[in-house]
Structure formats: structure tokens, C-alpha cells
Design a protein around this ligand. Sequence first.
Ligand code: SIN
Ligand code: FE
Length: 305
Amino acid sequence: MAWPASSTTGCSLTSNGNAVVSLPVQAWSGPFDPSLSRTATTALEAGRVVILPDLAFRTRVEEEKLLSPDLLNGRRKNISFDPATGRLGGSAAQADLLAAMLRRFAADAETLLRGLLTPYTAELRVGRTSFRPAEIAGRTYAPRQDDRRLHVDAFPSRPTGGDRILRLFTNLSPTGQPREWRIGGDFEPVAARFLPDLPSPSPSRARLYALLGLTKGISSPYDQIMLALHNRMKLDTEYQASAPVTAWAFPPGTTWMGFTDQVPHAALAGHMAAEQTFYLPVRAMQDPDRSPLRVLERLTERVLA
Ligand code: SIN
Ligand code: FE
């Protein structure tokens, strides 16, 4: 794909310093100190992972059986839940119990984010919830599905039109396993590195995919670039081997979040996590110029969504 030669224009968005920022949050509901809110949104928009080491999602006694590998039989990687309808994606043993637990988790996650990330409160949209019981290490995955490879998130069937993907995770392991991540550097250099090799966005393909029901709505050029970037990052063995990363282990009983469309991440090991996805329009950010949409628009000198 032929992009303009100039890569960085305008302000510098680099220098993360640390990949993670830790906040002393002990409860899912506030009130939260306004300085926590500022620190959290600034860190998230800078592409850092915000960790809440003292915030656990407490399961109930009757839910302990959901955290057994025997019950889930190792067959399923993720089980999705739609908080809007209360429906689990696909069948699962103990479906009612699981749905109730995920509904509570989704509600806690929403309360936390609306309370803590006050600049986003009005604009945040709640997406899917997922339960991730299976041990990640030692499984076999198709390369593009392999989240052990560094990537930024882009959903093949759910284009965001430029909206941010903000995800919150909690580790529920009952046997002490941490969830092990690698966290990559800034988005802009990664985008600049891969952009010249990505296929050009195709409006006709986007319309066809929507017609065929492969995507929910028509993918914008932004969505097509992000999905191609996600795939190309995972498939590039040189990048995987040489990218600067911070290794981080999230112990059970801790919670963390990040703009996963921006921060390169890989999950290497762990089991029994829950995750909640949120969407945020770029205009709700404190600094929209840090969004992948604006970064890609600067790099390509095109309007992408
Ligand atoms: C991912 O978003 O790539 C996976 C993260 C995880 O399951 O810990
Ligand atoms: Fe991911």
C-alpha cells in the first residue's frame, strides 16, 4: 500500500516510560478520588495498562464449581455473554449459574468504569463479557487466533468505526496461577512499521462482507487497516522476536484494563479470567490525537472513518 513518506507529523505521542500504572482501588463502586480518575485516563490514553492490584471480583460459594477445569472440560477457550440480553454465547454446563456470575461481573465492571473514568462516563458503551477458563499455555492455535503473539485488538465481525476498545480483565484462578502478559511499546511506531505492507482498504469488499453477514455493519477503512494490522503483527516472526516488551504477571484477585486497540499485548499463560469489553468514541477522549484512528489518519493522510 502506497502511503505518504512522512510518518510523524505534529505532536509527539511517544515515551510511555512504564508499561503499567498501578492504582489503589479497593472497591468496584466509588466515590473515587478525582486524582485517581485523572491518573487512570491519562495512563490509558498513553497506552499503558492500568492495574488494580487490590481489586478482586469475589465469586460466591456456589460459583466455585464454575472455576473447575473438569466442569469446562478444556474444550472451550472463551465463553461469551451479552449483558444487554443476558444470553450466553453457545451452550455451557451450569449455564444459569455462569450467566448470573457474568452478569454480576459485567455490572461491577460498568460501575467501576463509569465511576472511575469520569471523563468517559456518559459516552462509554458496554460490549460483550467473556469467561476464559482454559489454560492458555500449551494449547495449539491458528496463528491469527493465537493471542500469545503480540497484537492490537480488532474484531473481524464487529467494526468499531474508529471507536476505542477498552477492556477490563480480572484473574479468577482458584489455584494461584497468574495471568502472564507481554506488553509492547507505543502504537505509532508499530503502525508506521507495518502500514506500508498492509493491503489498501476496499470499500466494495466491506460492503460485500456486510451483505453476507460477515460483519455487523460496514467496515470503515480504519477497521480494515486495524484488522490487517492485527493479523500482520501476529504473523511477523521477526517483530514477535524483537519487539520491546514488558512481561507482567497478574496474580489471582487482581484486575487490570487497557485500550487494547492501542497497546500491543500477548497473553502467554493463565486460566480462569473474566473480561468485559467497552467502546468509547474518540471524541470522548481527553486527547483524541492519541487514538489509533487519529494516528493512522496522520500516517496515511486520509480520513479513515
Ligand atoms: C487478548 O486480548 O489478546 C487476550 C488477553 C487475555 O485473555 O488475557
Ligand atoms: Fe487481544
